[in-house]
Design a protein around this ligand. Sequence first.
Ligand code: MG
Length: 287
Amino acid sequence: MKIAIFSVQSDSHIGIVQDEQIISLTALDPDEFPACLKTFIDRSSELRTRAEKLIEKRVNDDAIFKLSEVKILPPIAQPEKIICVGLNYMDHCKETGMEPPDSPVIFSKYANAIVGHNDAIEIPINSTEVDFEAELAIVIGREAKHVSEEEANDYVFGYTIMNDISARDLQFQDGQWSRGKTADTFAPFGPAVVTKDEVDDPHNLAISLELNGEMMQESNTGNLIFTVPKIISFLSQSMTLKPGDLIATGTPPGVGMGRNPKVWLKNGDKMNVRIERIGMLSNHVIG
Ligand code: MG
């Protein structure tokens, strides 16, 4: 199931993406399906069955929209946590000149950074070195505390795409990365969340990023140093993961800071991040 939050005129909906269409569950049953993915995740076993039945009935045409005619919103507006894993592809470590870590490198973003598909990324007024990072992101489905690697998949709801926008000058001026990683608009993600049953193996997905039509990053999630179960287990030993939490798993090589000459984002740039089975996240740059 490919689930997206979207708006038409001033109304928000939760819907299921099918090819070039989106079927609004909110339009079909507004009481059961408010435009909130967290609500859906919290009651997912019950609501998924209900959603499947509603869609099977093939509904009224008023509930079907063309994807090109709606505004896609961030799938989760206020996750409790946005956790990111740094340096999680071997070749990316090399291009940044850093040693591959012995255990996952963890940092955070805040909700101020969230934007959705087709939204603008704003260059902060105090940065001239803004970079891109294509990443597979995990969406947590159940409260997870002290979870083993073997059990970890039970706690995954699905997957989405994040572009971990990073102001390198701010990131490395400070002892910690936060200021450079969680500027306003620096956590674009979406457009949809794909449930884990449709992803199959999260460690065998082509991942790429195009900047203005030129391929900058091209890899496979099979190259992750720390796998999805390892990351979930590692985090859950000390912090309870909650439904709707997002975990960005790290970026492959090809980012702007690893290039010669370096490439920094500028006004008018367009980025497309693609992950096999998940979709394509597009954003443009202003500032
Ligand atoms: Mg990253």
